[in-house]
Design a binder for this molecule. Structure first.
Ligand code: HEC
Length: 188
């Protein structure tokens, strides 16, 4: 009896595809069969099986990370301004543009580490919206899309095809906007 209740609870706590599978099969075996299935595969996307946005922080550590985040986003923004300026020019300074592309590409993978739980509005002044921590999977997906766009832009910037560089830059800009539209509070 106790075992049945435990199995039922375990089945209920499984998500999505797991839930369907668990209800289709005999309870005891379903729990055993689903354990090595979809759950570890989903975890494989996040390093070390961690939650998508990492472990919660508080106090000074939260404040420190929020400063790192602010400075990092400002750096990314500054590099993007240089890139935009060069791409508007009739004769873009490709060396300058490549340096900025490399910096954005270096910072991009850090973004996902700037938003652990505990660094939202409850921790201090921020334009980060609470939705980040309500939809961590989607937020992580937006970070990954941004990383990929930064990589593609950096690759295009190594070449001298200005049209291709412009196109990759437009995609990169869209990946910033896709995240900001949902997860950053509008400045007034
Ligand atoms: C995955 C989400 C995400 C992506 C991708 C992203 N940002 Fe942000 N950005 C944010 C959030 C959230 C904030 C608000 C942070 C805060 O106030 O703590 C922010 C803030 C900023 C700020 C203001 C600095 C600050 O801390 O208030 C600038 C500038 C900025 N982003 C530029 C960019 C640019 C340029 C790109 C793309 C090249 C980009 N961001 C990509 C989420 C993102």
């Amino acid at each position: 009896m106790r075992n049945t209740i435990f199995t039922a609870l375990a089945a209920v706590s499984l998500l999505g595809a797991c839930r369907e599978q668990a209800t289709d099969e005999e309870t005891g075996e379903a729990a055993a069969n689903t354990a090595p299935g979809p759950a570890p595969a989903a975890n494989a996307a996040a390093p070390a099986g961690a939650a998508p946005l990492g472990a919660a922080v508080s106090g000074d550590e939260a404040k420190r990370l929020m400063k790192v985040r602010h400075d990092g986003m400002e750096d990314i923004g500054d590099e993007m301004k240089v890139i935009t300026r060069e791409l508007k020019s009739d004769s873009p300074d490709l060396a300058r543009l490549r340096a900025s592309a490399a910096t954005v590409n270096r910072l991009a993978p850090e973004v996902k580490g700037w938003f652990p739980p505990g660094t939202g509005p409850e921790a201090g002044k921020t334009h980060a919206l609470p939705q980040i921590w309500q939809k961590p999977e989607d937020f992580a997906a937006k970070s990954r899309a941004f990383e990929q766009a930064a990589q593609a832009f950096n690759a295009a910037a190594q070449g001298s095809d200005i049209a291709a560089i412009r196109a990759a830059n437009a995609d990169l800009g869209k990946s910033c906007k896709a995240c900001h539209d949902l997860y950053r509070e509008e400045e007034n």
